[in-house]
Ligand binder design. Sequence first.
Ligand code: UT7
Length: 323
Amino acid sequence: MTTRAVVTGVGHYLPARVVENSEFEASLDTSDAWIRTRSGIERRHFAASDETTSDLATRAAQAALADAGITPGDIDAIVLATSTADLTFPSAATMVQHALGMTHGFAFDVQAVCAGFIYALTNANALIVSGQAQRVLVIGAETFSRIMDWQDRTTCVLFGDGAGALVLEARAGTGDTGDRGILSADLNSDGRYRDILYVDGGVSTQTTGFLRMQGKEVFRHAVEKLAATAETAMARIGMTPDQIDWIVPHQANIRIIQGTAKKLGLPMSRVVVTVQDHGNTSAASIPLALSVGKARGQIREGDVIVTEAIGGGLAWGAVVLRW
Ligand code: UT7
């Protein structure tokens, strides 16, 4: 018998304020047409000034728990992916734990920027497979609007705020790819590329900083590395792209999403796309897309999903799972 970490609930939360591309035209030398054509983004949500990452994460977690039909008392652990935690410490995960009324179990943050949810999912899977936890809340939540340089048109039009969450539960499997649950993963990072996507501040430098990105360079790495990590994760379990029902990619740029699908030989009709409505929400983008994909009726029980992401570090990876 093999223990599998199976998705039994999913949910998301988006802040109320929706910002259309055209809003940026008043303050920046940009246009709705440029943003749509180059990135596929049409709008994004921004958190209210009194709304923090752990607030968004708590709302998404509550939605995922309701979807799973369980309560916070049933959860053993919370793994939260974010690069925009409320405070330097404690972790946003412990804030969510408290907000959910949990005084048992354990909670921690994972920081791998846009690849954060892939890392969090892989960590949560390891907790379940090793018997450390039976039920884990895995959350991706960000308030990237707080690290935007509003004068920099090359970055500030691309990002948004939001949160998504999954409930993962231990279930008995047979050990083959017919099992529901996480089937395979591939994680990578290479700090040589830290200068092409970073925040130019932090606690140890006593500044807050803004996101800085050499977009073209990141784009080049993304197209090259995302299909490769997805193929590696599939190859580990002897799967090929024709066995995949859905690609659920990190939602950074529609052209990267299209390029990756093409490399994998899959049509866009098998890709869950939310970038037009959310922008790039970093670690929140994959769980948001999973939640929206399920709500749209695209993702159904038994579907095989490949999810992949790349971001600052560079850090990148992929997870193969059967929903
Ligand atoms: O989630 C983490 C991973 N991040 C990503 O995956 C992002 C990867 N990169 C990208 O998505 C794309 O590179 C961008 C959307 C950031 C940029 O698209 P691009 O096709 O690579 O454009 P570019 O950077 O080559 O810029 C083309 C032109 C430049 O003008 P010149 O030098 O040709 O005169 C830019 O200054 O577009 C200009 N530009 C803009 N124009 C209007 C850059 N930003 C804007 C803007 N509005 N907002």
